[in-house]
Ligand binder design. Sequence first.
Ligand SMILES: *Cc1c(COP(=O)(O)O)cnc(C)c1O
Ligand code: SF4
Length: 441
Amino acid sequence: MRYKTYTAKSFKDIPQVKENLTDEQIFDIEVVSRVFPFKVNNYVIEKLINWENPLGDPIFRLTFPQRGMLQDEDYYEIAKLIKNGESEEKIKQAANEIRIKLNPHPAGQKYNVPEINGQKLHGAQHKYKETILFFPKQGQTCHAYCSFCFRWPQFVGIDELKFAMKEVEILIEYIKNHPEITDILFTGGDPLIMKTHVLKQYIEPILEANIPHLKTIRIGTKALGFWPYRFLTDNDAQELLDLFKKIVDKGYHLAYMAHFNHYKELETDEVKEAVQKIKETGAVIRTQSPILRHINDNPDVWAKMWKEQVQQGMIPYYMFMARDTGAQHYFGVPIVRAWEIFRDAYKKVSGIARTVRGPSMSATPGKIRILGITEINGKKYIALDFLQGRNPDWVGKPFFAEYDENALWIDDLKPAFTDKFFYEDELEEMLNTENNLLQVI
Ligand SMILES: *Cc1c(COP(=O)(O)O)cnc(C)c1O
Ligand code: SF4
């Protein structure tokens, strides 16, 4: 299949859209896509979406902008501007004002920019001791966009929010200076949007640097879900698989972090074949997804997804909570409900699939897991712990919040038994200190 993409400007040309959506539904997509990024491709359209009932289809909802992603007042504002035939400039300005209201930069990411010799590495993030995140400049887009994506500001061009770094040499220098770093995680966007020869320009210097404490190369990607031909028929598919093999042969653990949101993405012949090709290189595929209303907020969907992943030889890794940005009001699943779904799904799978952890919130202090609802002296509480902490010592200590069925995020929770969560003072100090642990020693 030859890669063909459609965006806000061209989606009306998709034959399935013309045939199956009403004018009103098409207009809704047009309105919402003025605010949120929209890109879809021919594989998603032809192989994944069930066009008999598009608005009820999880993959349609995953890729096409939804009416409910905008609050009514914002929807009507953009709709009016379009209907009145206002200038692109005016619509763009209104869209930008709405975007700013949607918390485009959550989870204190500005605090995690590493620094070496007084130079900031804007294309990297070092939040947890062992793992450095790297955003290669040419990897800042994807084969299609997820409607819920928390990286949405990168795709709509709010430029100062773009993480991207070209100089891999500076990155290598930083890793060499940080013996605690064992993992580098290539992320984006989607790093596998890059042609293999571009990806090589990042990976090969890292391999050649022979950094003894660097053990794992991770690639966070949705290529299997959105474009499995990346490993099958793209003209540099074999070269990519050869690069994977080279990484493994050099003694690194190559962790392919696959993003899948629904079992439907695992069912095509193409994805199955691509999974086997990746595994043949010696890479290990781990899977992760947020839990999303309208897409996968159902334990049966998760149980079936984890089982199918295990069947194909992948390892379920994380269930995330939808971040507090963008259309969280539309996609967000409350903490209590997310835990129920996680538990109901977890109960249904064998121990082999119980490698998955979650539901987890990637928040400013760290990755906070919802351990569950518990009752103490007849009163309900929410138990939590850290899977990753800005301070590694926070990990694995249960703590408690007041029961709240509507809370969507850690910021919505009130501490139980005390007036602050145990980490709060320390966190505040960390964020206030310039010389915090994220800087070069
Ligand atoms: C999730 C995450 C990592 C990786 O954490 P693991 O638990 O090792 O998978 C690294 N950095 C950031 C900022 C993250 O959010
Ligand atoms: S593939 Fe990942 S980065 Fe790209 S839109 Fe989806 S969630 Fe966002």
